[in-house]
Design a protein around this ligand. Structure first.
Ligand SMILES: Cc1cc2nc3c(=O)[nH]c(=O)nc-3n(C[C@H](O)[C@H](O)[C@H](O)COP(=O)(O)OP(=O)(O)OC[C@H]3O[C@@H](n4cnc5c(N)ncnc54)[C@H](O)[C@@H]3O)c2cc1C
Length: 466
């Protein structure tokens, strides 16, 4: 790994920005096809945090067609059927590819919420992402055609054609093709399960470079996230095993077995604090089946065997991003996108759980195959300047405005008010980027005056699609 402390210019065939599962898959595939790859990332993000696993129709009684039916149902009519067919058909082969890197999945596939069949493969119990990424990064370390850098994206290079990017530390990479794999934007919210690196910067820079972006209003909220200074995700399996959602008086106020979205909506509508209570559950079951939950609670100073745990819904996964075709091509020549930063059409208005790791690996590899076929450019493009409106907004304020305007429940009025505040000017370049990305989310949510999938408008109620 090279730290780009010194000003340096690099020319390469393929630039991959982001080394989560999508970027890593893209880098490995491009290198296998003979390309020289510069892989630049700012640190671990969502792939390392994934808990559940990866969905693929691997059992004889399952099929890509059944997997596609479940994916289309979750997407509430907004999926691109061709993209879904491609994703689910690629599932078993993608699993074999991961196994060829040394990945060994735990036992049989498990059946999880909204999947009609057992098809979610885990690794290391509820540490799937961390374990998976250790194998993938080990494979990258063995690949001499890939050079890794640690730096943050500043701006994409080129005018009408993407010719690389400029990064922090004075690093400039000129490339024949650039693959964005910078993850989603749930980390832009005040309440989030994501790393703060998942702030939509790659999507923002693609939009500034003229790329088409879409579906930014579709943000999936996880209903049970610890409401404390260091939020952590509380697995939905805990509710399945009997944990209750209660108010401050210890009274239940929702059906815990409702789907994720409906629990998030019920919590967002509830006045006053909410808790998940496992005090009535078998302590042995909690220790054996939910070690992460027990450990995280204890770190937060809470004993879940004796007291309820405060919870809140939090932004978890973002369906929108850079619009691409099935080979990851964005609307700007030379630019590709894969993984959570891309809008491939596989998720529509809502993601089927565990489809995102599959999407990252599958589309990362497809984008690499298409990118290596792009004619090389010997770049000399310079960066475009970007002006931002100076004002008072801090990064923390931007996050809070986004939570209140474009949280689980939205309204036209709240979104319009949010947009006014976000447009009032920012106190730093980082806050200005965040405000611009947050404005894009609020504008998209305002422009869709109906409730659909993960986008719930209080002023335009409709049945929740699950
Ligand atoms: C807590 C949690 C649990 C999850 N569980 C599951 C699960 O069980 N199954 C499932 O399918 N999905 C799960 N997901 C979603 C899934 O993990 C992500 O959708 C997927 O990993 C995204 O992969 P990615 O490669 O697109 O992005 P990421 O893994 O988010 O990687 C983004 C990369 O971009 C880099 N980057 C970002 N900004 C910049 C910048 N400005 N400059 C340079 N580099 C940058 C980061 O450093 C990182 O390397 C979960 C997500 C979370 C947060």
């Amino acid at each position: 790994m090279i730290n780009s402390d010194l000003r340096s210019q690099v020319a390469t065939d393929i630039l991959v920005i982001g080394d989560g599962l999508a970027g890593s898959a893209a880098a490995l595939e491009a290198a296998r096809l003979g390309a020289r790859v510069a892989l630049v990332s700012a640190g671990p993000a969502s792939s390392e945090r994934a808990q559940g696993g990866i969905a693929a129709a691997v059992l004889p009684e399952d099929s890509p067609r059944l997997h596609a039916i479940d994916t289309l149902a979750a997407g509430a009519g907004l999926c691109d059927p061709d993209a879904v067919t491609m994703l689910t058909s690629a599932g078993p082969e993608t699993v074999h590819w991961l196994e060829s890197l040394g990945v060994r999945f735990d036992g049989d596939a498990a059946r999880e919420a909204a999947h009609s069949m057992a098809r979610v493969l885990h690794l290391g119990g509820d540490q799937s992402g961390h374990t998976l990424m250790a194998f993938v990064h080990a494979a990258i370390d063995l690949e001499p055609r890939i050079t890794r850098f640690t730096a943050r994206l500043h701006v994409l290079l080129g005018d009408g054609v993407c010719e690389g990017a400029e990064f922090s530390g004075g690093l400039t990479v000129y490339a024949g093709a650039t693959i964005l794999a910078t993850g989603g934007y749930a980390g832009l919210y005040e309440r989030t399960t994501n790393s703060r690196l998942s702030n939509g910067k790659g999507i923002l820079e693609a939009a500034r470079a003229g790329a088409h972006v879409a579906d930014l209003e579709f943000v999936q909220f996880h209903p049970t996230v610890f409401a404390g200074p260091h939020p952590f995700l509380i697995t939905e399996a805990l509710r399945g095993a009997g944990a209750q959602v209660v108010d401050a008086a210890g009274e239940r106020f929702i059906d815990e077995l409702l789907p994720r979205d409906q629990v998030a909506v019920a919590l967002a509508k509830h006045r006053g604090p909410a808790f998940i209570s496992a005090t009535h559950m078998d302590p042995e079951l909690l220790r054996v089946s939910f070690p992460n939950f027990m450990r995280n609670c204890r770190h937060a100073g809470i004993d879940p065997l004796h007291e309820p745990v405060p919870i809140m819904p939090a932004a978890h996964y973002t369906m929108g991003g850079v619009s691409t075709d099935l080979d990851g091509r964005a609307s700007v020549p030379g630019l590709f996108a894969a993984g959570e930063c891309a809008r491939t059409g596989v998720h529509g208005a809502n993601r089927l759980a565990s489809n995102s790791l599959l999407e990252a690996a599958t589309f990362g590899r497809r984008a690499a195959a298409a990118a290596t076929a792009t004619a090389p450019i010997v770049g000399s493009a310079s960066a475009r300047g970007h002006m931002w409106r100076r004002g008072e907004l801090s990064l923390g304020e931007v996050r809070r405005v986004l939570d209140s305007a474009a949280g689980v429940l939205r309204s036209g009025r709240g979104l319009a008010r949010g947009l006014r505040v976000l447009g009032s000017g920012a106190g730093s370049a980082t806050a200005a980027d965040a405000a611009e990305m947050a404005s894009m989310i609020c504008s998209a949510a305002l422009a869709r005056p109906l409730s659909l999938g993960a986008h719930q408008r209080l002023d335009q109620p409709a049945p929740i699609a699950v």
